[in-house]
Ligand binder design. Structure first.
Ligand code: IMP
Length: 413
């Protein structure tokens, strides 16, 4: 009887898809609990990359995929991924909460319009209609998956939404009902039954803690709560079911879109990391901004989520760099501080103070050895870096992902 949560500790793109896949192997159900088709979770198995924008990527490992109330259902993305599951012969039918709101083309249009209105202050959204669709949810004018089945009120709701936006919905509601009705259901009832009967449920977060609408670098954030606690709010699972919160962090940092980024690096090293790490947006193809690890930010993310254990990804990308840097504190107004939270509202004023580490090198054969024989076979300098990181975060690191392919994962016994 357990509920585990996988969350990103940075600005998204930490490799949650892969970690969720690895941790989903013995789960009965895996759940997306926030966001919509702005997320891009990739799992590489063998030579094939599977990309998910809507369904939880962990479902590739076998469990039933669920989309909870706190998500925005993007019908196009869902239909595409449904097709993928069919092609793969996945044995479960996805379940979508009747309370999940639907993203319509008018939301995407509003997203693009808002971004161009903001001009230089644009957030750099994925233009998937996320902000406007969540705004309609909060205004209590949105259309939920369940509303498609309530024929008496649907037309009126749709008419009001069009009036409010001054735009056509441009969606065939009858077709949407036909698409979504077979999957719509009572997610809290189902999940609580699974847990009650001894099943394991994994909640797969999207984006990252620093993009959280309340706890992130507002306004350069997404429009939902990305933190672990929202996994319980969104699914209707009580927090007393909580077992493990697994935080995922890259061995460095990336950010896509605008906003402050204290440890941002530019130049040759940043370009090298971007190319080696394939740091281009899964959803939009945009090049990601690159930076060093930021300890104050990570410590803050561990605190907000209540992280029990950390998975560090992409250690291999830094391989062969002579030195690796990590920010240990900031200087603000001439004073040193280890606090991220105190300066969240003026993060663009902080100056990072770095510690340097000797680099490591990982070749294919060494990586395979570490995967087969375990943690102690990881390159000593990399292990030292991880052990140092553990001390800084005061949380143990139990997983090191050392390559894109799903099997390139070292679990600490
Ligand atoms: P939105 O979620 O499309 O509204 O975008 C808001 C901000 O969150 C932008 O900076 C996006 O680049 C960022 N963002 C949204 N989804 C992801 C993601 O899956 N990975 C990384 N950044 C994301």
């Amino acid at each position: 009887m357990s509920v585990d949560v996988v969350v990103g500790l940075q600005w998204g793109d930490e490799g949650k898809g892969k970690i969720s896949y690895v941790l989903s192997r013995d789960a009965e159900v895996v759940v997306r609990f926030q966001g919509g088709a702005n997320a891009g979770h990739t799992v590489k198995i063998g030579e094939t990359r599977y990309k998910f924008n809507m369904l939880p990527a962990g479902c590739l490992a076998g469990p039933r995929p669920v989309i909870a109330a706190g998500c925005l259902l993007d019908p196009e993305a869902f239909e595409k991924e449904l097709q993928l599951l069919k092609t793969l012969g996945h044995r479960h039918k996805p379940l979508i909460s009747t309370a999940a709101h639907i993203v319509f083309p008018l939301h995407r249009e509003a997203d693009a319009k808002l971004e161009s209105l903001r001009g230089e202050a644009a957030v750099g959204t994925t233009r998937r209609g996320i902000g406007p669709a969540y705004a309609d949810k909060m205004l209590r004018v949105g259309i939920r998956v369940g509303d498609l089945l309530a024929r008496n009120s649907l037309e009126k709701r749709a008419a009001f939404l069009q009036k409010l936006h001054g735009a056509e919905l441009r969606a065939d509601l009858e077709k949407l009902r036909y698409l979504l009705e077979p999957f719509a259901g009572n997610v809290p009832g189902y999940l609580n039954d699974v847990v009650e009967s001894g099943g394991r449920v994994l909640l797969e977060g999207a984006q990252g803690t620093l993009l959280d609408i309340d706890h992130g670098t507002y306004p350069y954030v997404t429009s939902s709560n990305t933190v672990a606690a929202n996994g319980f709010v969104s699914t209707g699972l009580p927090i007393s079911r909580k077992q493990l919160i697994i935080g995922v962090a890259k061995a460095y940092t990336t950010r896509v879109g605008a906003g402050p980024f204290p440890t941002e690096a530019t130049g040759q090293v940043a370009d090298l990391i971007r190319e080696r790490g394939g740091e281009y947006g899964t959803t939009t193809g945009r090049p990601r901004r690159i930076g060093w690890l930021d300890i104050p930010a990570l410590r803050y993310a561990c605190m907000i989520n209540g992280v029990d254990t950390v998975a560090v990804t992409k250690g291999d990308v830094l391989s062969s760099l002579p030195t690796v840097k990590a920010c240990v504190r900031y200087v603000v107004d001439g004073v040193e501080t280890e606090s991220f939270g105190d300066f969240l509202h003026r993060l663009d004023e902080v100056q990072p103070v770095y510690e340097e580490f000797r680099g490591w090198s990982m070749d294919e054969a060494g990586l395979r050895r570490a995967v087969e024989k375990g943690w102690d076979e990881l390159p000593p300098n990399f292990r030292e870096y991880l052990e140092w990181l553990e001390k800084q975060l005061r949380v143990n690191i139990s997983i090191a992902s050392v390559g894109e392919e799903a099997s390139l994962t070292v679990t600490r016994k």
